[in-house]
Design a protein around this ligand. Structure first.
Ligand code: C6P
Length: 430
C-alpha cells in the first residue's frame, strides 16, 4: 500500500470482530499493511509500491519474529538430540508440519514433506514417483502455461525413461482447452502435472475437473500451487489431487522452505529421493532400511527456522478472514484490469474468466525491461521478462511481458502509481 507510515507492527489479528461476507470494507487494509515493515521503505526517495508478489511476497512481522524467536530460544538439530533444546526445536518443526497439514486440509500430517520449495517438490515427485511408474513410451501431460519448474523435471524424466512429454494447449485468453486436454489423457498417461494458477497469466485452472478426467483414465495428478496458496483456499481432499506443491516465500513465509503434499499410500510406496541422515531407520554397509514418510524424503538437517516461519505465515493467512481477503484482492485486480486497459497502446496478456492477482501486459513500442526500469525509478517494483515460462511466451508470440502481481497489501493507490509511471514511460517512448 502506498504511503503506509503509521501504526506499530505487532498485530496479526485482522478480521475485526464479526467480519464476514464479501464486503471489501470488512478488510482492514491499513492494519494488514502495518504487518509489513518493508512497505515503509523508500526507493530513490519515492514511497515503495511493491507489485512483485508473484516473484516473492513481502514478510509480515509475525513471520520475522517467529523465525528470530526460534533462533534465539529453540535452535538445535531436530529429531536427533535428547537435550531440552532439541526437544523444543523438534516440537516447533513438527508443529509447523501440522499447521501445513491443516492449511491444505490434508488427512494426515505425514502427508506433508518439507522441501526447499515448489521446484524441489516437483523434482522429488519426478525422480521418485516418476522414475518408478513412468516407463518407455509412457506419457506425462503438462500444459502450455507451465513454469519451467513444472516442465524441465518432466523433460528430464522423459529423457531418462524414453517417455513422451505432451502439452495441452491454451486459447488466446490464456485458458486451458479442456476438450483438448481430455483428448490428450490416454492409456499411456501416467502423470498429469498442472499449475493451479499461472504465474504469467493469472489463470486459475479447474483442478477438480482436471483430476476427475485424469483419474478416470488412471493417471495421477500433481498440482503446482506456487501461485495459488497466497490467494485461494486450498483443500487437497476436495480437489482430489495426488500431489500438491508450494513454496513458502510466495505466501508471506521465508525462502528455502516449501511443501510437497502427497497422499499417504503414494508416499509410502515411493522410493527416497535423496540419501542421508534422518531418512533412515538403520544403516549398515550391506543394507539400509529407510524411514517412514515424510522423513524418508527429508534427508539431512532440514530448514528448521524456515519451517517455523512458514508456520507463522500460515497463522498470518489464517488471521485474515479469507472471504474478505479474496474480495479485496478481486476488487484490486478488477480495478487494475480496468485502469490498465485504458492505457493507450497497452495490451493485457492473460484475460481468463477465472483469474488471480496477476496483471501481465505489453506496451506498443516499448520493451518490457524499459518499462520495469522506468517504473523502478518511480518506486514501483514490477517484474519483466519471460517469467520462467519461455514456452508460454512462444505460444503467445511475444518475447516478454511486464508483470504487476498483487499481494494482500496492495491497493487501488498502488495501481494508480503504476498507471502514473506508465504515463511517464509513454511520454518517453511514444
Ligand atoms: N515463479 C515468478 O516470478 P520456487 O522458485 O521453487 O519457489 O517456485 C517455482 C515456481 C513454480 N511454479 C510456479 C507457478 C511459479 O510461479 C514458480 C516461481 C516466480 O513467477 C519466480 S520465477
Amino acid at each position: 500500500m502506498t504511503g503506509v507510515q503509521t501504526g506499530s507492527v505487532t498485530s496479526l489479528g485482522l478480521a475485526d470482530g464479526q467480519v464476514g461476507g464479501n464486503d471489501v470494507a470488512d478488510f482492514n487494509i491499513e492494519r494488514v499493511c502495518q504487518n509489513f515493515p518493508i512497505l515503509r521503505e523508500k526507493v530513490y526517495g519515492k514511497q515503495l509500491v511493491y507489485l512483485d508478489s508473484a516473484a516473492t511476497s513481502q514478510k509480515p512481522q509475525g513471520v520475522i519474529d517467529a523465525m528470530s524467536r526460534f533462533l534465539l530460544k529453540k535452535n538445535a538439530n531436530v529429531h536427533r538430540g535428547v537435550h531440552h533444546l532439541a526437544e523444543r526445536a523438534t516440537e516447533a518443526y513438527e508443529g509447523a508440519r501440522v499447521k501445513a497439514q491443516r492449511f491444505l486440509n490434508a488427512e494426515h500430517a505425514n502427508e506433508i514433506v518439507f522441501v526447499r520449495g515448489a521446484t524441489e517438490a516437483i523434482n522429488l515427485v519426478a525422480q521418485s514417483y516418476g522414475k518408478k511408474h513412468v516407463g518407455e513410451e509412457d506419457e506425462v501431460l503438462i500444459t502450455a502455461m507451465e513454469h519451467h519448474s513444472n516442465i524441465v523435471p518432466w523433460q528430464m524424466l522423459c529423457e531418462q525413461k524414453n517417455a513422451r512429454l505432451r502439452v495441452a494447449p491454451i486459447n488466446d485468453n490464456g485458458e486451458l482447452l479442456l476438450d483438448e486436454f481430455e483428448r490428450l489423457i490416454g492409456r499411456k498417461t501416467k502423470l498429469v502435472a498442472v499449475t493451479h494458477v499461472s504465474n504469467v497469466l493469472g489463470t486459475i485452472n479447474p483442478i477438480r475437473h482436471i483430476v476427475e478426467m485424469a483419474h478416470a483414465r488412471g493417471a495421477r495428478v500433481l498440482v503446482d500451487g506456487a501461485q495459488a496458496v497466497p490467494h485461494l483456499k486450498i483443500d487437497v481432499q476436495a480437489l482430489g489431487c495426488d500431489f500438491y506443491v508450494f513454496s513458502g516465500h510466495k505466501m508471506y513465509g521465508p525462502t528455502g522452505i516449501g511443501v510437497l503434499y502427497g497422499r499417504s499410500e503414494l508416499l509410502e510406496e515411493m522410493p527416497p529421493y535423496q540419501g542421508g541422515g534422518d531418512m533412515i531407520l538403520s544403516v549398515s554397509f550391506e543394507k539400509t532400511v529407510y524411514n517412514v514418510p515424510p522423513y524418508k524424503f527429508e534427508a539431512g538437517t532440514p530448514n528448521m527456522a524456515g519451517a517455523v516461519g512458514l508456520g507463522a505465515a500460515i497463522d498470518f493467512l489464517a488471521g485474515l478472514e479469507h472471504e474478505a481477503l479474496a474480495a479485496h484482492e478481486k476488487e484490486v485486480l478488477a480495478y487494475g484490469t480496468r485502469m490498465l486497459s485504458a492505457v493507450p497502446g497497452l495490451r493485457l496478456v492473460g484475460t481468463a474468466h477465472a483469474k488471480a492477482s496477476v496483471l501481465s501486459f505489453v506496451l506498443d513500442g516499448v520493451h518490457p525491461h524499459d518499462i520495469g526500469t522506468i517504473l523502478d525509478r518511480e518506486g514501483v517494483a514490477i517484474r519483466t521478462g519471460h517469467h520462467c515460462a519461455q514456452p508460454l511466451m512462444s505460444r503467445l508470440d511475444i518475447p516478454a511481458t511486464a508483470r504487476a502481481s498483487l499481494g494482500c497489501y496492495n491497493t487501488r493507490q498502488d495501481i494508480d502509481a503504476l498507471v502514473a509511471g506508465l504515463d511517464q514511460v509513454r511520454e518517453l517512448f511514444q
